[in-house]
Design a protein around this ligand. Sequence first.
Ligand code: DQA
Length: 153
Amino acid sequence: MSPQANPPRVLVVNGPNLDLLGRREPEVYGTDTLDVLVDRCRRVAGELGLEVDARQSNHEGVLIDAVHEAMTGHGGVIINPGGYTHTSVALRDALAALPVPVVEIHLSNVHAREAFRSHSYVSPVATAVIAGAGVTGYDLALRFLAERIVRRT
Ligand code: DQA
């Protein structure tokens, strides 16, 4: 796709402990670092006619503030809420308020792990959920949002 002057922007939010990617349980989460993951997202987004804004925090309130950015500035959100997936009503409420599609993503297949990981506060307010595809899941999420955003603009 040829580059656009102002491509639609997608917010990619990574939650707690994802700053440790590459070093944290690599047998579960893979060996790519967060920087590698974000660079990959930017490249794939560019190929799809999108632009990526990336945020990562270990703090619930900071993640909620990041999600609020997408109230106005973004065409869609990809979020890996990390452990907050399974605990945070407040993050879910922030995502539910968004007027744009939300993709919940997990590197690991949360349903094949401990029972507590099978429950997500986020899934009921997400447009789509991807789990277990590793970093490729972010590519898939971007493709999905490109279909939803680019083809409609
Ligand atoms: C995770 C799965 C969560 O259960 C866990 O707390 C994470 C990462 C994943 O990407 O597979 O931090 O969201």
